[in-house]
Design a protein around this ligand. Structure first.
Ligand code: HSE
Length: 311
């Protein structure tokens, strides 16, 4: 049992999964961060949320960050007499920018702050990826939030639970990131139902080549980003459920900007060496409720002990 009075905190990035062809495999952390602080108390559970979705989230043991904290403690073989959890949310929810992965990774990493303060061994990056991916069922967002930058992740389903792994990939310094986050929300679970259980060999072959090419484009050859971000496995199937995103994506690609759905959408992200988006794209985004900004690749999760949030 850990004593009361310990404080662990974390800073964790938003992320964009899939990046077009890399369904459930490729991810990219974005420079937009949630902050989580966890304190051990004498008894009970107290949860506070400010920022994105404050007022909409349950403030009890069902809160995703609390569930992640409990899971992290369990994995470390620790328990606590009581907990106070504070979340400062900057990552919009239900938009395809990895808010749930950030909540889980941030909660697990904040546990590391508690463990370190008590002299226990913290969870490793591999542990964080495994535990966080078990929540999500796939490692793309979770691995990006843990490692930062672009990642390639994969799943070994030969055992139970599946084993989730990931490696970081260097992002070419000329590639700029322009996420467009709409007001409209979409549930990942509902967006997954739109996908067929089976795909043709031809479509699988198409995506395998583009996903492999995308690793080359992201690291060495940004000039190949247009071809490398083509996808036939999930974006066309999801387009009718998020028509404004599908239209914005088409518009950007007409201007030779490599645009993809971010995760299950409805956010769209453009990856480009151009300094700015075409005026017509910005007009379309503004008229259709998208907030467009430029972000950089996000850092991997940081955690610390004894302070409110790591600086
Ligand atoms: N790979 C997932 C999907 C990302 O597209 O459904 C959402 O977390």
């Amino acid at each position: 049992m850990l004593p009361a009075g310990l404080l662990g905190s974390s800073v964790v990035a938003a992320s964009s999964a899939n990046l077009g062809p890399g369904f459930d495999s490729l991810g990219l952390a974005l420079s937009l961060y949630d902050e989580i602080a966890v304190e051990t108390t004498d008894s009970g559970l107290h949860v506070e949320v400010e920022g994105e979705s404050a007022g909409e989230l349950v403030l009890d043991a069902g809160h995703l960050v609390v569930r992640a904290v409990e899971r992290g403690l369990q994995a470390a073989g620790a328990s606590v007499p009581g907990l106070r959890v504070r979340c400062r949310n900057a990552i919009p929810h239900s938009r395809g920018v990895g808010s749930s992965a950030a909540a889980v990774v941030g909660g697990l990493a904040a546990v590391n702050g508690l463990l370190a303060q008590a002299g226990w061994t913290p969870l490793s990056h591999a542990d964080l990826i495994q535990l966080a991916s078990e929540f999500e069922g796939h490692p793309d967002n979770a691995a990006a939030a843990v490692l930062g930058g672009p990642v390639v992740s994969w799943t070994d389903v030969s055992g139970l639970p599946p084993k989730f792994s990931a490696v970081p990939v260097r992002l070419h310094p000329d590639i700029r990131l322009f996420p467009a986050i709409p007001e409209q929300r979409s549930s990942t679970a509902e967006a997954r139902v739109l996908l067929p259980a089976q795909v043709s060999h031809q479509d699988a072959r198409f995506n395998v080549s583009r996903a492999a090419l995308l690793v080359v484009a992201l690291t060495e050859r940004p000039d190949l980003l247009m071809a490398a971000t083509e996808d036939v496995l999930h974006q066309p199937q999801r387009a009718h459920a998020m028509p404004a995103s599908a239209e914005y994506l088409r518009l950007l690609r007409r201007y030779d900007m490599a645009a993809v759905l971010s995760g299950a959408g409805p956010t769209v992200i453009a990856l480009s060496t151009a300094a700015e988006l075409p005026a017509e794209a910005l007009e379309y985004a503004a008229a259709n409720g998208f907030a467009v900004s430029e972000m950089t690749a996000g850092e991997g999760v940081r955690w610390s002990s004894g302070t409110a949030v790591p600086s």
